[in-house]
Ligand binder design. Sequence first.
Ligand code: SAM
Length: 225
Amino acid sequence: MSDETSYQAQRNRMVEDQLISRGIDDEHVLAAMRTVPRHRFVPPEQRHMSYADCPLPIGHGQTISQPYIVALMTELLELMGGEKVLEVGTGSGYQAAVLAQLAGEVHTIERHAPLAEAARLALTAIGVTNVSCHIGDGSSGLPEQAPFQAIIVTAAAPRVPQPLLDQLNRHGRLVLPVGGIGGQVLELWVRRDEKFDREAIIPVAFVPLRGHLGWSEHSENPDEW
Ligand code: SAM
């Protein structure tokens, strides 16, 4: 069996055993998870674990999220195709590649320049052309590209940053982990014109969102709050 055939078989198994079995049922999301080569976003020393049911280290103390969490957060965005989406926390670029399958235009922002550069290379190498990688603090979103139909934050915020809500369009959806450094709740915020509905989804454990509206660099105290 070629490497690519073996990776495809691992992806198909990942979708069955980790996603469908846990209730992910959006066919577009499942198709994207079957398509995107997760192993191309994982460092060589971790590659044999690419399709395992867990997050993996990607350097700089950061992680690529567990496949189930990637699929769940993507499903919650309810993308229909054509949307403009913001991801805060590019990391490896894998989540951005999944979003790129389902949306029109993806902007992703990462505070660690080497991770952002590696993600950009990995996305280009697999032929993704609708993702723009930005370097910087995304805790206040990306106002110059707003509004967005959907925003996904893949690092844990002490509370929902107001600028992210402000950067949603009229019926936009925001998914993010909110809570302490040790554990959070995945929250879904849906804009209904000037109002927002909030729903708590499941407990999660993400690395911290750092920066202006996140946690301060070396402490567990949120900056600016
Ligand atoms: N979505 C990523 C993937 O598919 O590999 C996983 C992201 S990892 C769990 C969280 C990322 O958020 C880290 O790479 C971290 O450096 C980044 N991050 C944390 N605070 C940030 C901020 N204020 N702005 C941008 N990126 C941030």
